[in-house]
Design a protein around this ligand. Structure first.
Ligand code: ADP
Ligand code: ZN
Length: 294
């Protein structure tokens, strides 16, 4: 079998081929232009490789109800040419293969749960902290969709007292996780590229504070068995111990499970699949589209 995988992002589309061992064997990247240009280019790449099924992890918001006539459409995105535009249907119809779609972060959560850092558990949360903040959730062995899909990046947070820009930068909510803690928020607040800020810069204790507040809210809301943090900002590995420490402090003994009281170092963690979580999750969706038991 040859499984086609697509990680659809606002700046680029990453296309891969995967095999039955869940390995990615070939990959390419296409800049995200208008759908009229980008979709035919993706169809051409997959068509040459003769895929048997397609799995897509995408930016959102996206329609995920499989019985909806708009299944696999991008909906209210700020990327105007993609707003209310089909993504999955033209690929599935041109390639004539079964296809499934989910959010990029749900795909990553699926892969981490099946094959990565949360393997063998019933639940996990995967968060990307990058250009935006997004979270995917597996609970009791199921990806959470609900009304549409979780949008944890827009969870409102209490601003920190020492934040020089406590109003945040999200055009919808200002002080949500994304507005306070995504890469662009760090860069607007401090006027520098995030990777240029030294480890002892106050930006990082503030960043860890906000991500810890997000973790506390998620622990209280969903009780995930692992919290996996990925994305460009989490390349700053020194954030992990800061986030863990503040999460424990903010929980203040209320959640007395050993995962948080004793084993926080293995509870808030890096992705087990490194940067491959998203594409591997799309591969698993392709396998599900074929009805393989996964
Ligand atoms: P995307 O979210 O667009 O898929 P990334 O997860 O790479 O892509 O996130 C990009 C954002 O992450 C950039 O806006 C930048 O602010 C931040 N970023 C990328 N690399 C680093 C780094 N090494 N250290 C800190 N921040 C980074
Ligand atoms: Zn927001």
């Amino acid at each position: 079998m040859r499984y086609g995988t697509l990680e659809a992002g606002g700046t680029k589309m990453v296309l891969s081929i995967g095999n039955e061992n869940n390995e990615l064997t070939e990959q390419t990247s296409i800049p995200t232009g208008t759908p009229e240009v980008t979709i035919p280019a993706m169809i051409a790449w997959f068509a040459e490789r003769n895929i048997d099924a397609l799995g897509i992890g995408t930016f959102g918001p996206v329609e995920l109800k499989e019985d909806s006539p708009r299944y696999g459409w991008i909906t209210k995105t700020p990327k105007l040419s993609w707003r209310d535009h089909p993504l999955l249907p033209p690929l599935r119809d041109a390639l004539k293969v079964p296809a499934l779609i989910d959010t990029d972060v749900n795909a990553a959560a699926l892969a981490e749960w099946k094959l990565g850092a949360a393997k063998g558990l019933n639940s996990c949360m995967y968060v990307t902290v990058g250009t935006g903040v997004g979270a995917g959730l597996v609970i009791e062995g199921n990806l959470v969709h609900g009304l549409m899909h979780p949008e944890l990046g827009h969870m409102l947070l209490q601003p920190a007292e020492n934040d020089p820009a406590p109003e945040g930068f999200c055009p919808y909510h200002q002080g949500c996780v994304e507005g306070l803690a995504a890469g662009p928020a760090i860069e607007k607040r401090w006027g520098k590229k995030a990777y240029e800020l030294p480890e002892d810069h106050p930006a990082w204790t503030l960043e860890a504070e906000y991500l810890a507040r997000m973790c506390v809210n998620a622990i209280c809301a969903f009780s995930p068995e692992k919290i996996i943090l990925g994305g460009g900002v989490m390349q700053q590995k020194h954030l992990f111990p800061l986030i863990r420490r503040r999460t424990v402090a903010l929980l203040n003994g209320y959640i007395s499970h050993p995962a948080v009281t004793e084993e926080i170092d293995s509870y808030i963690i890096e992705p087990g699949l490194g940067t491959r979580s998203g594409a591997t999750g799309a591969l698993l969706l392709a396998r599900r589209a074929l009805g393989e038991l996964l």
